[in-house]
Design a protein around this ligand. Structure first.
Ligand code: NAP
Length: 305
């Protein structure tokens, strides 16, 4: 895979939707895309935080940034946000599914689903399905899903995905959601092959963000300072995400995972299990009532999937 120079600009008519853009990796990604010149749609649940990001982008990049409110713990909220996005931007060029949590204890979403799975996986599954027509209108377009190296240590139990019978562990729930993201990436890439929409994931590395804030052992200030010395900065992680979202070297590349470079890294072994991927897909459709309408095929076949 060639190592292309980083993208230095994007045309103003490129619309990039970034979820979880109010903190950490998503915030840095939204600002970086704004600096490249794209129109950025910040998706978040907190209006004040979204306004802060918009103001920062306008200050540093004279950018075109809009905010769409969505709580990923509620399918109704995700559906409203998708409707508004499609209405305001009928053509979308980049969707970055970044919003995520690492919950300290078992909680449930508004719809009654285990919260980590609902926020990290089901909500992006639903949002993506609803935005596919806009992504098709913007084709060639890209979906970038943020997964984690911990997906390699995970299992997906489609029989008890919500930890109703298994003993709940926040680590297992988080890792499962990130493996599900990798499986979704592969399965969606397969289903959208030849549509002009490519789907890849990024494993951004270990990054100093607020992700672990619900865990008591992460809360002391001195510990956070120590971590921020060892871990990647959100800006460095965002560079990785933005590269996958924008690099011309990845034109047409589909169904791959990237980390520090444009050389694909291996997806977790379980993501290659086609039967498991289909079972997860069917379960996700049942839980979200999402319906993926596969756009008509475009001439150029993507590389990779
Ligand atoms: N940090 C790492 O080392 C690491 C490593 C690999 C992968 N990742 C992944 O990277 C992504 C971003 O994480 P981060 O590390 O940047 O964490 P973060 O600083 O905690 O940011 C998470 C973002 O997700 C949003 N979010 C959380 N719950 C939400 C909900 N119910 N509805 C809408 N938005 C919600 C947050 O919004 P609020 O501001 O409203 O809380 C925030 O903008 C996640 O998918 C995570 O799994 C992180």
């Amino acid at each position: 895979m060639p190592q292309a120079a980083p993208t230095t600009s994007m045309s103003r008519d490129r619309v990039c939707v970034v979820t979880g853009a109010t903190r950490g990796i998503g915030r840095a990604t939204a600002i970086a895309l704004a600096k490249l010149g794209a129109q950025v749609v910040v998706v978040g649940r907190d209006s004040d935080r979204m306004d802060e990001v918009r103001r920062e982008a306008e200050r540093t990049a004279n950018a075109d940034v809009s905010c769409i409110k969505a709580d990923f713990a509620s399918f109704a909220s995700v559906r409203r946000a998708a409707e508004e996005i499609v209405h305001r931007w009928p053509a979308v060029h980049v969707l970055i599914n970044n919003a995520g949590i690492n919950a300290g204890r078992r909680q449930v979403s508004v719809d009654g689903f285990e919260l980590t799975f609902a926020v990290n996986y089901l909500a992006p599954f639903l949002l993506t399905s609803l935005l596919v027509p806009a992504l098709a209108a913007g084709a060639p377009s890209r979906i970038v899903n943020v997964t984690s190296v911990f997906a390699h240590m995970a299992g997906v139990d489609v029989g008890d995905i919500m930890f109703e019978r298994r003993r709940y562990s926040s680590t297992r729930a988080y890792n499962q959601s990130k493996l599900a993201t990798a499986m979704f990436t592969m399965e969606l890439a397969r289903r959208l092959a030849s549509s002009g929409i490519t789907v890849n994931c990024v494993s951004p590395g270990l990054v100093a963000t607020d992700l672990m804030r619900e865990h008591w052992w992460f809360q002391p200030r001195w510990l956070r300072v120590l971590w921020s010395r060892w871990l990647l900065s959100p800006d460095d992680a965002a560079t990785r995400v933005v590269r996958v979202a924008t690099s011309e070297a990845l034109d047409g590349v589909n169904g791959r995972c990237f980390a520090a470079t444009l050389r694909p890294v291996s997806l977790p072994g379980r993501a290659h299990n086609e039967a498991l991927r289909r079972a997860l897909w069917d379960l996700s459709v049942r839980l979200t009532n999402a319906e993926l309408v596969v756009p008509a095929s475009r001439a150029r076949a993507p590389r990779g999937a």
